[in-house]
Design a protein around this ligand. Structure first.
Ligand code: FE2
Ligand code: FE2
Length: 266
């Protein structure tokens, strides 16, 4: 059955591919399986290992087998060489939609994407106090949370997915050493998900974390870091399928109703 006749939309989500020059030829079969299993592919950052343009070219080549839309966010590794703009250009030329505080629609489902940042969770969150460097560090997390919020606010679709690299909750980093929790994500990323509820959140980064958790408002959060999924499902290809009901796009509401909708979501 074609996607246009289907009642659901399936997304294959995976992060932390850490593509290297030597990865040429090794990811194609995996991507072909994901492409066959889903209507779109979601990539949750750390697409490359050192953020090198050469690595991005290898990844774009490997992704050539994918026959469905591809949406991605970058991860911290994609910034390592200071060439993230080139990485984005190469992947974009290869047909990947890279989101950095933006949103897009795939078969009527909204995708809001941002890399996110770290800083810790709950009472352990780093606060903007003291040295300028600490304030700048915390501000980076705040800016990434704002990017996610503005991406979510743009969407008018009935179903939405948040696409991140860093974790928005501690639940999906459990399994990692407690000492590095503050570097794996930030509760500041959870705040927009409360104001703009989504059907699901996917992220990567915590290779030794936990596959599933929930936000404070009960939204499922999936850690789809490829190394974690390889250990979780050794007998299956390492991607997670999200299947969402395909809902008809809402009729365009008069401006006053749109305002009301926005207010009621806050
Ligand atoms: Fe990673
Ligand atoms: Fe990472």
């Amino acid at each position: 059955m074609g996607i246009e006749n289907s009642q659901t939309v399936r997304f294959a989500a995976v992060g932390d591919l850490h593509c290297r020059k030597e990865s040429a030829g090794t990811l194609r079969e995996f991507f072909a399986q994901a492409s066959h299993a889903a209507d779109a592919l979601l990539l949750c950052g750390d697409l490359t290992d050192y953020g090198l343009p050469e690595e991005a070219k290898v990844l774009a080549e490997e992704l050539g087998v994918v026959k469905v839309p591809i949406v991605a966010v970058l991860g911290n590794h994609d910034y390592e060489s200071g060439a993230h703009a080139d990485v984005i250009s190469i992947l974009t030329a290869g047909g990947v939609r890279v989101l950095d505080g933006e949103a897009c629609e795939i078969h009527g489902v909204g995708i809001a994407g941002a890399k996110g940042f770290c800083g810790g969770f709950g009472r352990g969150s780093l606060g903007p106090w003291g040295e300028l460097a600490i304030k700048q560090f915390v501000n980076e997390a705040i800016q990434e949370a704002l990017k996610l919020e503005s991406a979510l606010a743009k969407l008018r679709t009935a179903q939405r997915i948040a696409l991140l690299h860093y974790a928005p909750i501690a639940g999906t980093v459990e399994g990692e050493p407690l000492e590095i929790y503050p570097f794996l994500g930030s509760s500041r990323l959870e705040d927009p998900l409360v104001r703009y509820p989504v059907a699901a959140v996917v992220h990567g980064h915590a290779h030794r974390g936990t596959p599933e958790g929930k936000t404070v408002n009960g939204v499922p959060v999936y850690n789809v870091a490829r190394p974690l999924l390889l250990r979780t499902w050794p007998e299956r290809p390492p991607f997670r399928i999200l299947e969402l009901a395909r809902e008809a796009p809402p009729a365009v509401a008069p401006p006053h109703e749109r305002t009301q909708e926005t207010v009621s979501r806050v």
